[in-house]
Design a protein around this ligand. Structure first.
Ligand SMILES: NC(=O)c1ccc[n+]([C@@H]2O[C@H](COP(=O)([O-])OP(=O)(O)OC[C@H]3O[C@@H](n4cnc5c(N)ncnc54)[C@H](O)[C@@H]3O)[C@@H](O)[C@H]2O)c1
Length: 258
């Protein structure tokens, strides 16, 4: 039986680790050919090898527009097209509270997390518009949707990703390009290894930490023809965190109804 992404070619930035890696595995299992783009050449090359001739690695810093253009050209040459662009690469930056944060990493966080998504979307869209359409999926974050403390440059960048993606959907619909976002929270990857998992999980209605493949499933849906009429959405993959925190007024988890 053909997979959901048979005949499709995808770029997955940040594909050497975490959510990007799980997405690449899921896409290949559904028949896609994928280019894994990441600054971590060692992990990316080794991972691509495990996926056989359905995958290739291309070292790319998403903050460098020229490298991203070359990534799209490489993909079109290597696999004969580009149908799905997943802008997943990201960095978290300082976790400090605002008054303690000198904003030293503002430039880096914005360059990778917001400019990287914008330039990735643009380079892919230029190709897609000329070749009959495609799908763009960007990764925001619950931190970019709900206000909170700490990591303010990251929160601002991720809020930018969500708003930018919805604008992109409006810009590109007439060209047959869909653009959607996922907004994860509390997924077990390197980026949030320093967090207190149990404390963060208590903020969610669903009482388990998310896994990279939870996000990969959402990205697969948005990439597939099942989502053919879906554009401009920001889909939370957060155990319900953005809906509400299940704490009783006196603290602790609400008792379950008997
Ligand atoms: N894990 C979570 O709970 C969570 C929550 C919300 C949003 N996110 C977002 O999900 C995305 C993936 O993160 P993850 O959780 O898999 O973390 P991760 O650290 O495991 O993966 C991030 C990947 O991006 C790559 N990368 C970093 N800078 C890059 C650059 N300049 N160019 C190319 N690649 C670069 C890293 O090498 C790494 O492979 C990020 O955008 C992150 O902000 C994650």
């Amino acid at each position: 039986m053909p997979g959901e992404l048979t005949e499709k070619v995808a770029i997955i930035t940040g594909g050497a680790g975490g959510i990007g890696r799980a997405t690449a595995e899921r896409f290949v299992a559904e028949g896609a050919r994928v280019v894994i783009a990441d600054v971590d050449a060692r992990a990316g090359t080794a991972f691509a090898r495990t996926l056989g001739d359905h995958a290739a690695f291309r070292r790319t810093d998403v903050a460098d527009a020229q490298q991203v253009r070359q990534l799209v050209d490489f993909t079109a040459d290597h696999f004969g097209g580009l149908h799905v662009m997943c802008n997943i690469a990201g960095v978290s930056g300082s976790l400090r509270r605002f008054l303690d944060d000198d904003l030293r990493d503002f430039q880096q966080v914005m360059s990778v997390d917001l400019f990287g998504v914008m330039t990735g979307s643009r380079c892919a869209a230029l190709h897609m518009v000329e070749h009959g359409g495609g799908v763009i999926i960007n990764v925001s974050s619950a931190a970019g949707i709900d206000p909170g403390t700490g990591m303010l440059p990251y929160r601002a960048a991720k809020a930018g990703v969500a708003h930018f993606t919805r604008c992109l959907a409006v810009e590109l619909g007439e060209h047959g390009v869909r653009a959607n976002c996922v907004a994860p929270a509390n997924i077990a990857t390197d980026i949030n290894a320093a967090f207190d998992k149990a404390a963060v999980t208590r903020l969610q209605p669903l009482p388990r930490q998310g896994r990279p493949d939870d996000v990969a499933e959402a990205v697969l849906y948005l990439a597939s023809d099942r989502a053919a009429q879906v554009t401009g959405v920001v889909l939370p993959v957060d155990g319900g965190m953005s809906t509400g925190t299940p704490q009783a007024p006196a603290g602790g988890r609400s008792p379950r109804p008997k």
